[in-house]
Design a protein around this ligand. Structure first.
Ligand code: COS
Length: 383
């Protein structure tokens, strides 16, 4: 349900102030220590940010998609590690449960996900199944009263902190593709669920990923999401449609942050006797970045509104993710260029955003997968 305008405005102002006054000053520390301070995590939970998209009846804020992307436009103006902390509970970690879980499954987990007591992870990717998600090999075999899961999941965001995993595994070995896949809700601490060491990444320090290994991990029958086999792949695709839109909003936010920093620097930095912002070649970079970020913002908002009207936005979400993630890459590159030598130095933080931004073109579907989704859907529309 949509919030009234005043409440929504209040939420946006609160998040904006929190980002500006609390999170931005911590960016260097989080990157250096590769950790978000526990008191910040507590404050994030108190603000309700873990439950933005979780329905109110389960303790969340129940934001519409349009409202959620507006919050992401603010939350994304700082290091993406902060967003990542709440990202799985609002997106890929909880949406499968919200879309396809039984009432009992929702009641069991959603309130704790909304409060941040429990962190969730989405375990789809495997060593041999990345873009080709339907080829996943993890098996869930029926055993007395439940299933035994065996396999390895890779690059799983928030896995080191997760209390709950949505795990995609093959229940029908006769079906090699999407139809043989089911989704399971598996709690951390279940015997046979083993975490690998934290991955060492190019950027996004403070956000953690690792392998999740299942070795004869027994789960009860009611761990099957929606208590229906063979639906897991469709669930994953629906979850990703929404997730891709959220990531697009984060790309817009990071681009706007970098444009603001670049403009401020260009107005202060003097060369040849004047601020570099007065040189037309610098102005061209700023103008191109502003134009592209604005275009992405409009795409994200329009797609979110359509989603709220219950239209199928698989194509538009892919268009938004493709454009916004490539856009923020170009904007980050120009930001380094405008900052010159300072842009390459760690103290200014611009090089950190440049590295952080690189992931957006890869996770929740690479740019090439978005192109494939868009083109396939175009062909379907025609026929
Ligand atoms: N919403 C609902 N259902 C969808 C869907 C969507 N957006 N997209 C696909 N499906 C359904 C299809 O309708 C089909 O169902 P039926 O068999 O009942 O007709 C099923 O899912 C399989 O779809 P498809 O045939 O398109 O699957 P493919 O294996 O050919 O490829 C792609 C699908 C490539 C699009 C998919 O594997 C993908 O998105 N890969 C990227 C994975 C990814 O983003 N990984 C990131 C890691 S998670 S952070």
């Amino acid at each position: 349900m949509a919030l009234d305008q005043e409440t929504m405005q209040g939420l946006l102002e609160t998040v904006s102030r929190f980002v500006r006054e609390r999170l931005k000053p911590l960016e260097h520390q989080v990157a250096d220590e590769d950790a978000i301070p526990p008191d910040v995590r507590r404050e994030i939970a108190e603000l309700g940010l873990f439950g933005l998209s979780i329905p109110e009846e389960f303790g969340g804020l129940g934001l519409t998609m349009e409202e959620e992307v507006q919050v992401a436009f603010e939350l994304g103006k700082t290091s993406p590690a902060f967003r990542s902390l709440v990202g799985t509970n609002n997106g890929i970690g909880s949406q499968g449960l919200i879309l396809d879980g039984t009432e009992e499954q929702k009641r069991r987990y959603l309130p704790r996900l909304a409060s941040g007591e429990l962190i969730s992870s989405f375990a789809l990717t495997e060593p041999e199944a990345g873009s080709d998600a339907a080829s996943l090999k993890t098996m869930a075999t029926r055993v007395n009263g439940g299933y035994a899961i065996n396999g390895t999941k890779r690059f799983i965001t928030n896995a080191p902190h997760a209390g709950l995993f949505t795990v995609f595994a093959r229940t029908d070995p006769e079906q090699p593709g999407a139809r043989g896949v089911s989704a399971f809700l598996v709690e951390a601490g279940t015997p046979g669920l083993i975490l690998g060491p934290n991955d060492r990444k190019m950027g996004q320090k403070g956000s953690h990923t690792c392998d999740v290994i299942f070795e004869d991990c027994h789960v009860p029958a009611d761990a099957l999401l929606g208590e229906r086999e063979g639906q897991g792949f469709r669930t994953a695709m629906k979850v990703l449609d929404r997730g891709r839109l959220h990531i697009s909003a984060i790309c817009v936010a990071m681009a706007e942050r970098l444009i603001e920093d670049s403009l401020r620097y260009a107005m202060e930095r003097k060369q040849f006797g004047q601020p570099i912002a007065e040189f037309q070649l610098v102005q061209a970079m700023l103008a191109d970045s502003r134009t592209e970020a604005y275009a992405a913002r409009c795409m994200v908002l329009e797609t979110a509104r359509r989603k709220d009207r219950l239209e199928d936005v698989a194509t538009e979400a892919a268009c938004s993710k493709l454009f916004a993630s490539e856009m923020v890459g170009r904007v980050a590159d120009r930001a380094v260029q405008i900052h010159g030598g300072a842009g390459y130095m760690a103290d200014y933080g611009v090089e950190r955003f440049y590295r952080d931004a690189r992931l957006f073109r890869i996770y929740e579907g690479t740019s090439q997968i978005q192109q494939l989704v868009i083109a396939r859907n175009m062909a379907k529309e025609l026929s």
